[in-house]
Design a protein around this ligand. Structure first.
Ligand code: C2E
Ligand code: MG
Ligand code: MG
Ligand code: MG
Length: 291
């Protein structure tokens, strides 16, 4: 009965959750508007190829500064967008603006590869790969300049559907990356069945590199396995010289992290690249320049 139900609900009443709920409702209502009125921004974080000592790409990270709540972490509003279906226009907005940024950088003399985070929910759209193909054509961007990042855990919800769409994307020619590898139920045996080009080692594992030897062994083994299977390996969350040194020793292909550069808006990225150039020294080069 009603009274009993109210009683039950009362037992779960939590003031902080209620506040969060109100925030959640507001955000859900306004995200849509933010997308259609360019209320979002993109930041770009450079990726360094350790073998060639060269900047070869950037990862696109979406930003939302809400007029009332301030900066909303992407983890929070992407999750909301996934639950409400807004992820479809959100991802489209991110791809289109990334392709625009790609054209601008190429025109500025920096032909970089762009990595874009996509949601497993996007893979369930009936024509996702086709839409990606249309956008590439519209902006005149070569498919091999675009890497799509996905988390494996998210795909597990519908692995067959996800896998079908990944094969369609592969056919178009875009590159595919498994993000946050090493968290959750990552398994190379599942990934091996997919047309994947790159594995991104999660920052939590990268942080472990400088702690216990046991943790180091896990990262080391993960990296070796991924490379033996032919994947390019990126380490994200590289925050200091010590992490970088270990990753160079482990023969990691690419790094990304605050030690190299923080995510930044396009004009700042252009300045950063102009000052530094693509080819050049590693951070803390005097200590790490070995061949
Ligand atoms: P992710 O794709 O794994 O992105 C890496 C996150 O690590 C980013 O957080 C980045 O700013 C942060 N990061 C980079 N270097 C370092 C470092 O050296 N140390 C530390 N502690 N953090 C570092 P951010 O921008 O808050 O994004 C969080 C997550 O939100 C992303 O994780 C991704 O899953 C999601 N996300 C961001 N942008 C998009 C997007 O456009 N679409 C979708 N679907 N998801 C996105
Ligand atoms: Mg990512
Ligand atoms: Mg990641
Ligand atoms: Mg993540």
């Amino acid at each position: 009965d009603m009274a009993g139900q109210a009683q039950d609900n009362l037992a779960f009443y939590d003031e902080s959750f209620d506040v969060y709920n109100e925030r959640r409702l507001t955000l859900m209502a306004e995200l849509d508007k933010a997308i259609s009125h360019d209320g979002l921004d993109l930041h770009f974080q450079p990726q360094l190829d350790l073998k060639r000592n060269r900047i070869i790409g950037v990862e696109t990270l979406v930003r939302w500064k809400h007029p009332e709540y301030g900066f909303i972490p992407p983890d929070e509003f992407v999750t909301l967008a996934e639950r409400t279906g807004i992820i479809t226009p959100l991802t489209r907005w991110v791809i289109r603006n990334t392709l625009k940024a790609h054209s601008e950088l190429t025109a500025g003399g920096f032909p970089l590869q762009f990595s874009i985070n996509i949601s497993a929910v996007n893979l369930k759209e009936p024509d996702f790969a086709q839409q990606v193909a249309f956008m590439l054509e519209e902006f005149g961007v070569r498919p091999q300049d675009i890497m799509l990042e996905l988390t494996e855990t998210a795909m597990m919800d519908n692995p067959i559907r996800a896998s079908e769409e990944l094969f369609r994307l592969k056919k178009i020619g875009v590159l595919l990356s498994i993000d946050d590898f090493g968290t959750g139920y990552s398994s190379l045996s599942y990934i091996k069945k997919l047309p994947i080009d790159e594995i991104k080692i999660d920052k939590s594992l990268v942080f472990d590199l400088t702690s216990s030897t046991d943790d180091q062994v896990i990262v080391k083994t993960t990296l070796e396995m991924a490379q033996n299977l032919g994947y390019r390996v990126v380490a994200e969350g590289v925050e200091n010289q010590e992490m970088l040194d270990i990753l160079i020793d482990l023969d990691c292909d690419l790094i990304q992290g605050y030690f190299l550069a923080r995510p930044m808006p396009l004009p700042a990225l252009l300045d950063w690249l102009s000052e530094r150039g693509l080819q050049g020294s590693l951070p803390g080069a005097d200590r790490t320049a070995r061949s």
